[in-house]
Design a protein around this ligand. Structure first.
Ligand code: ADP
Length: 493
């Protein structure tokens, strides 16, 4: 294996800033690549939530007052640097420009609950700053690994503004699409802010999407390779509009350089033996601690503790993609099934209202925490008996994989990464790790829950299902090797 220099460019990275799975991946994959022997660095925006003191951010002498053009105006940015936590200590650079990144909320303004109106400029600036930073550092990566629309213009700038720059002659790019629901489509006028030849923007061009300037489409068309986060999702987004969300033809046109690589789990953070957030640790061979977590979980959610009643956990961004409308449809029969539901999430106001109402109506059955809370997320994984993900689509999904390791049996819709990782339990063969339903239909969700609850009351079988999941290994090592193969392929071209 050749040792590569890899820059991992992402708009969110654990532990610095997180809204969803992208942040987990952006910490875990660089770690796994470093373990394979590569030289990896990370670059991200310096948001207000990233505390300079807590993470020991330092200024980088050469990287001060760097001019970045956004259309006709020039912005002066700084770059700071820190390391991800011990023992991996990956060097991370932060693009610091307060007028753009110095607010609460990564993409959405907390005050208005709307996306920042200047998200185009924020991430045009970020992508340009990534390339300028590399030049000023004299660090020439073999690969710039980009993620989602926010970093999607890096491949584009390399092949336009920097196409004659010898510094990047040997640098190739990869874009990983974590969710095609987020496309970064902006008004045509935004294109001017890139300072790229304006004749490139026209109907049917690689950057244009229904009259808009699409950062994701641009990335898919200009990157040297495209990946997405599960094998199944890579198929789905090419097959139909239902999953491709308008991008199916764009993916199909690039299918020879499009690969699905299922995300892994960082077991140094997400396993019940070592989880530092838990009141009680437990393991495959010593499960008793799980009940202690279940007790604390009930307390935290204000529910009466009942040992023999199944607790179903959900941790999720509260968005349409995640299937809450199905749950709402079956809520009456659901609460009659003698179970409890705990939900941790934040997102669309309509779901905040819905879950507040449900909690009020069924205070002993449905518990809620409508915020972002790492500690409670871990407690739900450990203290619940089942984990529910009825997603409309799910590019990979991490929580079902966390759940498997925690002996928390997943009940999921068969789509994307959920289909790659959860298999319906079969009583005859004793194989399978969860409960799966095919169609996006509330009746099927209810049936799957009924099958799960029935077997929950047969403790011997239930333990078998739990253990089948706990024994599985979705660690990052295997996925990182697949990424290496992709990098190798790009560099050979
Ligand atoms: P997505 O990327 O679509 O949000 P994933 O399942 O891939 O979905 O990843 C979600 C990640 O975000 C998981 O690590 C999950 O635990 C975490 N998460 C989501 N909502 C919350 C929340 N309200 N509090 C804490 N963690 C959350």
């Amino acid at each position: 294996m050749k040792k590569l220099k890899i820059l991992f460019s992402s708009s969110e990275v654990v532990p610095f800033a997180k809204t969803g799975g992208l942040a987990d991946v952006s910490n875990a994959l660089p770690k796994a690549l470093k373990e394979l022997g590569h030289e990896v660095r990370i670059i991200m925006p310096k948001y207000k939530v990233i505390n300079d003191r807590k993470y020991v951010l330092r200024e980088v002498i050469r990287l001060k007052d760097i001019p970045i053009w956004i259309g006709d105006s020039v912005k002066k940015i700084n770059v700071k640097s820190a390391f991800t936590p011990e023992p991996f200590k990956i060097q991370t650079y932060f693009i610091d420009y307060r007028p753009y990144f110095g607010k609460e909320g990564l993409y959405v303004d907390d005050a208005t609950n709307k996306e920042y109106p200047n998200n185009d400029e924020r991430f045009i600036l970020f992508c340009k700053a990534v390339l300028e930073t590399l030049k000023l550092l004299f660090w020439q990566p073999d690969i710039i690994h980009c993620n989602d629309w926010q970093t999607g213009l890096v491949p584009f700038f390399l092949k336009t503004l920097y196409k004659d720059d010898d510094f990047f002659k040997k640098t190739a790019t990869l874009i990983t699409v974590h969710n095609v629901g987020y496309q970064g489509n902006f008004p045509a006028e935004s294109f001017r802010k890139t300072n790229v030849d304006s004749t490139l923007f026209k109907p049917g061009s690689p950057v244009e999407y229904y009259g808009k300037f699409s950062f994701l489409k641009t990335a898919i068309n200009y990157a040297d390779h495209i990946t997405t986060v599960s094998r199944q999702y890579a198929q789905e987004v090419q097959q139909s509009r239902e999953f491709g969300l308008g991008f199916e033809g764009i993916f199909r046109a690039r299918s020879s350089i499009f690969t699905g690589i299922t995300n892994g789990v960082d077991y140094s953070v997400w396993s019940p033996e070592v989880d530092t957030y838990l009141p009680a640790n437990y393991s495959l061979n010593s499960l008793s601690g799980k009940l202690d977590n279940k007790k604390v979980l009930a307390e935290k959610f204000g529910l009466p503790y009942k040992e023999n009643i199944p607790v179903i956990g959900m941790i999720s961004r509260l968005v349409d993609q995640k299937g809450f409308d199905l749950l709402e449809e079956i809520i009456e029969p659901f609460v009659k099934m003698n179970l409890q539901l705990v939900i941790l999430g934040t997102g669309a106001p309509k779901y905040h209202t819905l879950f507040k109402q449900l909690n009020k109506k069924y205070p002993d059955t449905i518990g809620i925490h409508l915020n972002f809370n790492e500690e409670i997320a871990h407690l739900i994984e450990a203290g619940s008996d089942m984990f529910l993900m009825p997603s409309k689509y799910e590019p990979c999904g991490l929580n079902q994989m966390f759940s498997l390791k925690y002996g928390t049996v997943p009940v999921v819709r068969k789509t994307g990464g959920l289909a790659d990782t959860v298999i319906e339990f079969d009583s005859e063969s004793g194989m399978g790790n969860g409960f799966v339903f095919e169609d996006y239909a509330s009746g099927q969700l209810l049936d799957a829950l009924k099958r799960a609850v029935k077997l929950y009351h047969e403790p011997k079988i239930w333990k078998k299902i739990m253990k089948n999941g706990m024994k599985q290994d979705f660690s990052w090592n295997a996925s990182a090797k697949k990424y290496y193969k992709v990098y190798e392929k790009i560099l050979k071209r």
